[in-house]
Design a protein. Structure first.
Length: 316
């Protein structure tokens, strides 16, 4: 296994999740056209890492860019926004955001919010992070947050999503859907809704869930409405392994909330939005990539066993 990004918990820090001292790790300077680089997803690839990045450009259009990194900290992004190859061979510019990426069976899947005919959740894939192929929309509009599971469950592909509206949706629960072929999705089940405090307004899945003996570890975002607007924090839950629509535990306190300047100041203040988590099974280390204030990409860390224990001990 390649060494995932890691920095030890600073002395005296008693938080379950701690931030990289290098934050923010990706800023707008990484691509000339960028107004902001935010909610982005990465995976181990070859001798290093690859990913799909949300770049809002200087026309404030929502685009995706591919990227590569040797160490997971320093990234090179494609100058051109991502386009998808369709079944007829034509190329189609992606107008979309909030990608997730995972390796499943023989390829890397990308799930993102497609603004073209939506917004709704769409699927694409790549083998090499050079050529990307369109699979199509998974759901009807409106749905703006899709996360695939990293293996079939009960013989079917499985996806978490959050049905929404066309705007800055003031509601949102997490649902589970199945597919025999990655194209046709059904058997939709409710997984979890809002709760009090930091997750009172809406909740949505974050990184690809991590399979553990205690269930699927799902890091998710939760939103509260203050007099100043939305505040996006992150929590964690354990979902049943074979019936992931059954929540075993979910945290009452958040695990990460906007507190640093780069999380509280930016295009959308007070946002932490995790989209990827690299897990090294040997060391139990987890590196979480999250968007901050809809402006930059940041890194935070935790240990798998500590997070599982935290979820169980701090369950609501
Ligand atoms: C959500 C999405 C995210 C964004 C968040 C906070 O609805 O648009 O991309 O980070 O709002 O602005």
């Amino acid at each position: 296994m390649i060494q995932i990004p890691w920095e030890e918990r600073p002395a005296g820090n008693r938080e379950i999740v701690w931030r990289s001292a290098k934050n923010p790790i990706i800023t707008r300077e990484v691509v000339p056209c960028a107004n902001s680089v935010l909610n982005s997803a990465v995976v181990p690839f070859g001798d290093g890492f690859a990913g799909v990045f949300r770049v809002d450009n200087k026309a404030r259009q929502l685009r995706l860019h591919s990227g590569k990194s040797a160490d997971g900290f320093t990234w090179e992004l494609s100058e051109e926004p991502l386009s998808l190859i369709r079944a007829d061979g034509s190329r189609h510019l992606v107008r979309g955001y909030d990608p997730r990426v995972l390796f499943l069976e023989d390829r890397y899947y990308i799930v993102y919010c497609n603004c073209e005919d939506g917004p709704t959740v769409a699927v694409a894939y790549t083998f090499d992070f050079q050529d990307f192929y369109d699979v199509g929309n998974a759901f009807l509009p409106f749905n703006r947050n899709g996360v695939l599971f990293p293996r079939k469950i009960g013989g079917k592909y499985a996806m978490l999503s959050r049905p929404s509206d066309n705007g800055h949706t003031a509601f949102g629960d997490i649902y589970y859907s199945e597919s025999p072929d990655m194209v046709h999705w059904g058997c939709h089940r409710h997984v979890m809704g809002t709760a009090g405090g930091w997750q009172e307004l809406k909740v949505g899945a974050g990184p690809v869930p991590i399979e553990t003996d205690e269930g699927w570890l799902m890091i998710y975002h939760g939103v509260l409405l203050s007099c100043n607007g939305y505040t996006y924090s992150a929590g964690a839950a354990l979902l049943d392994l074979e019936k992931p629509w059954e929540v075993r535990y979910r945290t009452e306190p958040y695990i990460l909330a906007p507190q640093e300047l780069y999380e509280c100041v930016g295009d959308v203040p007070n946002v932490v939005f995790p989209c990827a988590a690299l897990c090294d099974r040997e060391t139990g280390r987890i590196a979480i990539y999250y968007g901050a204030a809809d402006t930059v990409v940041c890194l935070a860390y935790t240990y798998l066993d500590e997070l599982i224990a935290f979820v169980k001990e701090n369950a609501m």
